[in-house]
Design a protein around this ligand. Structure first.
Ligand code: SF4
Ligand code: SF4
Length: 421
């Protein structure tokens, strides 16, 4: 595709990268068939190809976008299903991230939208505050209908806080820890589902891996960048990288692990965030070279067959973001679970970080579609590696959702996962 960026605009490394990707797009439209928002809304402007045209116009002009353009770009989940499908190698992540930063810099949203976005961002980035809000939502549940529309949707999605037994807190002593990895706890996960990291630590301990929790780290910054707040995202990334470097100086690490695929996918893109900043780009590259998802670290081990039928939901952040395929399934199969495939498993469940709070209607429609696909499998449990997907797909009349680390731990002699009690 031809582009018409001015020389001045192309001095910005992010715009230069966006231009490279725009040139690769041949408008074939293959990506349209795998875009969840296009499948739900049926509007070309809610497809990757349509959004690419909107982004090109907006970025080339260097000026404020129209409210229509912002509406269609806001509806994008950043699931990156389109990147997986594209035969021309268009890196859609680079385009949408650069566009979101552009919108934030040049467009003034209506005040209600500004307030909602600020509230969601600051609540999700602060684990304690998020925990307090979730407790309040549970306590004052009968008052939910009195809340404004936007907060009502949020209160209804508030996850239940876990109560852990001593078995869930149990640690396995390491005899001769050959490998030492730092575990990043994630913002929402450390507050809402501490059982996941505890289970992952037992799974790793059985493989002679010592998992050191790095609790002093803050948010990875993905929520900030997805709302176009580049400086805040960079500041979060610098703190994360510095915390891991400091731990490495104290005692050398063999790797860095995170049990939330959404955070892992975003952090693996840190070097792109620091394009044009040689010092931090180099530090980000070193950081990323050690960063692993749980499924990359925990090698499969045979365990007793529990005879349970499991539907494995591969998060978009794993299959499209990190381009990791089949590892979760191998772990579960080796642990003795009976796996069943979910139809259209490449499609997003509608969780997508803050998306389910900011775009509740589209998110609910995608959830319904995914749940219908899961029901068709007859599975007893839904397994996934991302808390966002697990919360999105949880429901009183649905199959329980469980993180794969908890399922592997259970199969290997650990406690029954909290959501199955
Ligand atoms: S599949 Fe790739 S090349 Fe084709 S329209 Fe989509 S982004 Fe462009
Ligand atoms: S990232 Fe997902 S929602 Fe956005 S255009 Fe691509 S496929 Fe569609």
């Amino acid at each position: 595709m031809r582009t018409a960026f001015s020389e001045e605009l192309l001095k910005d490394p992010h715009l230069k990268d966006a231009e490279r990707n725009l040139r690769k797009c041949v408008h074939c439209g293959f990506c349209t068939a795998t875009c969840p928002t296009y499948l739900v809304l049926g509007d070309e402007r809610d497809s990757p190809r349509g959004r690419i045209a909107l982004m090109q116009n907006m970025l080339e002009s260097g000026t404020a976008p129209s409210p229509e353009t912002v509406k269609h770009l806001d509806r994008c989940l950043s699931c990156l299903g389109c990147r997986t499908t594209c035969p021309s190698g268009v890196d859609y992540a680079s385009l949408i991230d650069t566009s979101r930063v552009h919108i934030e810099k040049h467009y003034r949203r209506p005040w209600r939208e500004r307030m909602l976005r600020a509230f969601v961002l600051h609540m999700l980035m602060r684990p304690r505050l998020f925990g307090l809000m979730a407790r309040a939502a549970q306590l004052f549940h009968p008052l939910t209908p009195l809340l404004p529309k936007e907060l009502r949707a949020m209160a209804s999605k508030a996850p239940r806080l876990q109560s852990l037994s001593s078995a869930h807190r149990e640690e396995i002593a390491l005899t001769s820890a050959a490998t030492r990895v730092a575990v990043l706890p994630g913002c929402v996960q450390r507050e809402m589902a501490p059982s996941i990291d505890l289970a992952a630590r037992r799974v790793l301990a059985r493989r002679n891996i010592s998992a050191v929790p790095l609790t002093q780290t803050g948010c990875c910054g993905s929520l900030a960048l997805h709302m176009g707040q580049e400086e805040l995202a960079k500041s979060c990334a610098r703190k994360m990288i510095a915390a891991v470097e400091a731990e490495n100086v104290k005692s050398p690490l063999d790797g860095v692990l995170i049990n939330a695929t959404g955070c892992a996918a975003y952090m693996k893109d840190y070097p792109r965030l620091f394009a044009g900043d040689p010092e931090w780009q180099a530090r980000a590259e070193r950081f990323v070279s050690t960063l692993k998802d749980f499924s990359e670290v925990a090698v499969p081990r045979t365990a007793s067959n529990k005879g349970i039928r499991i539907a494995y939901h591969p998060p978009c952040s794993l299959q499209h973001g990190q381009r990791i395929h089949g590892l979760g399934e191998k772990l579960l199969a080796a642990a003795g679970y009976e796996l069943t495939a979910i139809p259209d498993s490449h499609l997003c469940c509608g969780s997508a970080g803050s998306y389910s709070l900011l775009q509740p209607e589209i998110s609910s429609e995608l959830r319904e579609r995914k749940l219908a696909a899961i029901r068709s499998t007859g599975a007893e449990i839904v397994a996934s590696g991302n808390l966002g997907c697990l919360s999105q797909l949880a429901g009183e009349d649905e199959a329980p959702t469980v993180h794969i680390a908890e399922l592997i731990d259970w199969a290997e002699g650990g406690p029954k996962p909290v959501s199955l009690r």
